[in-house]
Design a binder for this molecule. Structure first.
Ligand code: SF4
Ligand code: SF4
Length: 473
């Protein structure tokens, strides 16, 4: 029986409810009156239920799809402005005891290079990341209680936060590790992590079990209920995601929104972010082997619908996607992207050579440097942001919503973006990027509505030029 408030995976992600939702969406895909009323509801920026959003996903009317895109762009502008937050993944270890059939780190893969960073390696990796200009990392590790126990993850987080190279600093460490216990989530919280990210991969239980034939990840309920345990352990910010291409995308989309509704219903806070990865080529993984792949058009539609369905949830696009696809979906609601990512273990300090046995999790489609990504974003009219202010000011959980409701985005996120961009330009940017960035900061400072905040932001920007760092609102 479907119950958003239940703590049992099979009740809050009820297969029956998803199937009924899809049937309802099919029955109403041409019901223009209903579709109009759903779009109207989304316009009020209160979000949509999984049923409503599923009707829009099923709708193929070109005019309505155009309206959905337009609305997604509007909501993105109203809530996120033209800022895009940047981060990088850091692979700690690719040892893994699971058997996920879509990931080259699966235990049976004998030809991938297995690597695990020592604390000294981490210092080298993080120094390389700081030298690029990164301030926000997402650490990744396979599930392996012997090679990657929680103590290793905690020690690594401590090492990462302790490294101060020139003007560099990692100010927020997000964590993407396997589902674990409340006790371990509490330890991660105490270690000062930002968001805990765990992709569901697929919400379809039967497929889930087939795609995860061996290892602890095989347990659908334990995996699906992980976010509840994370929140019980005190982590307010959790990041959801499905791997599009594993199950029917309409099923996944409904499941994803049901998961968000569940977190809201039980914990009073929805997910902090949603990621939308698609299956990509990797060592022994061929995406063509999964027959549920989605086209770029459907991918864009999903991004737009996530934006209008959960307006307060950030959306993340990684370098799995090409520059072209990223350019297409940025205006539709993406708020965070990774840049200059290496998906191999130790790949920042020592990039792998083409004839080396790889340790990478997937092939990166966007291979540009961080400077090129920053430059590109600015030329497209975005403000690249390295902001980590909320986390560091203790504004977790629903604070983004609070910022939005109090109309403080332009007085808070906006100056923070400009100040962190200024740091980047001073410390790391190439000449052309710096020139474009300086002009952008001058223009955008004028858009800060509160005169006191504007004055303070001007002063901070000036002080950054004089060598000071780390200002925030
Ligand atoms: S997806 Fe994660 S758990 Fe599965 S094999 Fe890859 S690293 Fe291991
Ligand atoms: S101020 Fe908070 S919500 Fe705004 S960009 Fe920075 S971290 Fe995000």
């Amino acid at each position: 029986m479907y119950d958003a408030k239940s703590l049992k995976a099979e009740e809050f992600i009820s297969d029956e409810e998803i199937k009924e939702t899809l049937a309802y969406a099919d029955a109403n895909r041409e019901n223009i009156k209903l579709i109009d009323s759903i779009i109207e509801k989304a316009r009020e920026k209160k979000g949509l239920s999984h049923r409503e959003a599923s009707v829009l996903l099923a709708c193929e009317d070109e005019e309505k799809i155009r309206q959905i895109y337009e609305l997604a762009e509007q909501i993105k502008k109203d809530y996120y402005g033209n800022r895009i937050v940047l981060f990088a993944p850091l692979y700690l270890s690719n040892y893994c005891v699971n058997g996920c059939v879509y990931c080259p780190y699966h235990m049976k893969n004998k030809h991938i290079a297995r690597k695990k960073l020592t604390q000294e390696d981490i210092v080298r990796e993080v120094t390389a990341l700081q030298d690029m200009g990164h301030k926000r990392l997402a650490i990744e590790a396979g599930e392996d209680p012997v090679n990657n126990p929680i103590e290793y993850i905690l020690e690594s987080i401590k090492t990462i936060y302790s490294i101060k190279h020139k003007n560099g600093a990692i100010r927020r460490v997000n964590v993407n590790i396997a589902a674990t216990t409340v006790e371990n989530y509490r330890k991660l919280k105490d270690a000062g992590i930002g968001t805990y990210i765990l992709f569901q991969e697929t919400y379809h239980k039967e497929s889930y079990e087939k795609l995860h034939p061996t290892g602890p990840k095989h347990d659908y309920a334990y995996h699906t209920e992980a976010m509840d345990r994370a929140m019980e352990g005190g982590i307010d910010d959790v990041g959801l995601g499905v791997l599009f291409g594993l199950e029917m995308y309409r099923y996944e989309f409904a499941g994803l929104l049901m998961h968000a509704e569940h977190l809201e219903a039980v914990h009073g806070v929805g997910p902090h972010t949603i990621s939308v990865p698609r299956v990509k080529h990797a060592d022994d993984i061929d995406p063509a082997a999964f027959d549920n792949g989605i086209s770029d058009d459907i991918f864009a539609k999903i991004c737009a619908l996530i934006r209008i369905s959960v307006p307060y949830t950030g959306m993340i696009i990684s370098t799995r996607e090409s520059q072209t696809v990223r350019e297409r979906v940025l205006p539709l609601g993406v708020s965070q992207i990774s840049g200059a990512s290496r998906t191999s273990v130790g790949g920042y300090a020592e990039p792998e050579t083409p004839d080396e046995v790889t340790s990478a999790q997937f092939d990166v489609s966007d291979n540009r440097t961080l400077d090129e990504v920053v430059n590109w974003l600015m030329k497209l009219g975005y403000i690249p942001s390295f902001c980590t202010a909320c986390y560091r000011e203790g504004r977790t959980g629903d604070r983004f919503m609070t910022l939005c409701k109090n109309m403080q985005i332009l007085n808070c996120c906006h100056p923070n973006a400009l100040m962190t961009l200024k740091e980047y330009l001073e410390d790391y940017a190439g000449e052309e990027t710096r020139k474009i960035g300086m002009a952008l900061i001058d223009r955008e400072l004028e858009n800060i509505p509160n005169p006191k905040v504007k004055q303070k932001a001007y002063e901070c920007i000036h002080d950054i030029e004089g060598g000071q760092r780390d200002f925030r609102f």
